[in-house]
Design a protein around this ligand. Structure first.
Ligand code: SF4
Length: 59
């Protein structure tokens, strides 16, 4: 899949990082999401768990 994250929407909740730490990390300065792997095989329920709907996954 191909992932996109919207850093403007992200509220830094960190659910994505807890769910798929090999794919997402949080910026040390503003706490917002950073994508480590834009084309991962698996991200669990990270899209659904994000409270800000900041993660988009395309097949
Ligand atoms: S779960 Fe959503 S709001 Fe939380 S850090 Fe990840 S992208 Fe940002």
């Amino acid at each position: 899949m191909r992932l996109e994250v919207d850093r403007e929407r992200c509220v830094g909740a960190g659910m994505c990082v807890l769910t798929a730490p090999e794919v997402f990390e949080q910026d040390e300065e503003d706490g917002r999401v950073r994508l480590l792997d834009p084309e991962p095989a698996e991200i669990g329920d990270a899209v659904q768990l994000c409270p800000a709907a900041a993660i988009t996954a395309n097949a």
